[in-house]
Design a protein around this ligand. Structure first.
Ligand SMILES: NC(=O)c1ccc[n+]([C@@H]2O[C@H](COP(=O)([O-])OP(=O)(O)OC[C@H]3O[C@@H](n4cnc5c(N)ncnc54)[C@H](OP(=O)(O)O)[C@@H]3O)[C@@H](O)[C@H]2O)c1
Length: 296
């Protein structure tokens, strides 16, 4: 993908920053956020990204052009204060208003989450499986706001005829962020890692390099009505990746069992593989790179 005009929301996010920097190498990229992270904004602007301050909870896009080829929505509001009104506005309403503003776009990628699924233990959830509130223990508004945002994305797709992909991301990680990165930091600080008692805690981590590579593929796969697809790597248990971090660092992971954490969410990736192919970075290789990048 090159020579396109692309709008990225949440360009300073852990997931969105590497994507935005990559897209900016070959495209005209605009980013919107409140830009509380000045260092990330500096990196984006140095890469040529045009940064415009927007608070998605109030959804005023009057400072933005409306002739984007593509919109990539990574923004997420998930305060610890359980402000439902703000989070439904910032995560849900904003999607409809933004697609309305950008309705001449060729495609929209709405980044969702496997946090939208009803907890299902070791069952590999497919896109047709029941939805539920599986992140409530850690982020009160998160799952329900992500479900609401998907519904708004589906509606806006049909209302404005803008091809849309809704990609349900599992556990993103890279050299400098994501859940496994937090686990490395907790192990370094000697902090026990919360795990759900229904063990092992199964997920499908996906490396940042695969996310960067697959964003254009997900934009190409967009349809009316919207296509919804899991976005995930091969299965791995939290306990397994922490054990590998332990082997690589000489640190011993300490686990504490609690219901107040996210339980297993492991995915059926059949539809993803048909649409855009699999993630290619083996989680062991990705975690090894992450440890090396942080302990050089
Ligand atoms: N991290 C994960 O493990 C994970 C897992 C599955 C799916 N996802 C999805 O991946 C996407 C990125 O997640 P992330 O964890 O990388 O995000 P993050 O690091 O928490 O960053 C959130 C982004 O949203 C922006 N934002 C928040 N509130 C805003 C508001 N009111 N107005 C405008 N911008 C706002 C933030 O910038 P400002 O604060 O400066 O405005 C920032 O750029 C989200 O859609 C998330 O649901 C993440």
């Amino acid at each position: 993908m090159d020579g396109r005009k692309i709008l990225v929301t949440g360009p300073t996010s852990t997931v969105g920053l590497p994507v935005t920097l990559d897209l900016a190498e070959r495209n005209e990229v605009w980013g919107i956020a409140r830009f509380g992270d000045a260092a990330a904004r500096d990196r984006l602007e140095a890469a040529g990204v045009r940064c415009v301050v927007v608070d998605l909870a109030t959804s005023d896009f009057s400072d933005l052009p409306d002739d984007f080829d593509h919109v990539v929505n990574f923004a997420i509001a998930r305060g610890s204060d359980a402000d439902w009104d703000r989070d439904l506005a910032a995560n849900g309403e904003s999607v409809g208003l933004l697609v309305q503003h950008c309705r001449s776009a060729r495609s929209v990628l709405h980044c969702s989450s496997t946090a939208v699924y009803q907890p299902a233990g070791a069952h590999q959830v497919a896109e047709t499986d029941p939805l539920g509130d599986n992140h409530r223990a850690m982020f009160a508004t998160y799952s329900i706001a992500k479900i609401a945002a998907e519904v708004v994305a589906r509606t806006a797709c049909r209302q404005f005829g803008v091809p849309t992909t809704i990609a349900r991301l599992n556990v993103p990680y890279g050299d400098h962020g994501g859940w496994p990165w937090f686990h490395l930091k907790m192990m370094e600080a000697g902090i026990p890692i919360p795990v759900h008692p229904d063990r092992p805690n199964r997920f499908n981590p996906i490396h940042s390099d695969d996310i960067v590579r697959q964003v254009p593929l997900l934009l190409e796969a967009a349809t009316v009505p919207a296509t919804t697809v899991n976005w995930a790597g091969a299965p791995a248990a939290l306990e397994e990746w922490c054990a590998l971090i332990g082997e690589l660092t000489g640190l011993t992971p300490e686990f504490t069992e609690t219901d107040a954490t996210i339980a297993s969410v492991t995915t059926d990736n059949t539809r993803m593989h048909e649409l855009i192919g699999p993630a290619t970075i083996d989680w062991r290789a990705g975690i090894t790179r992450m440890v090396e990048a942080n302990r050089a």
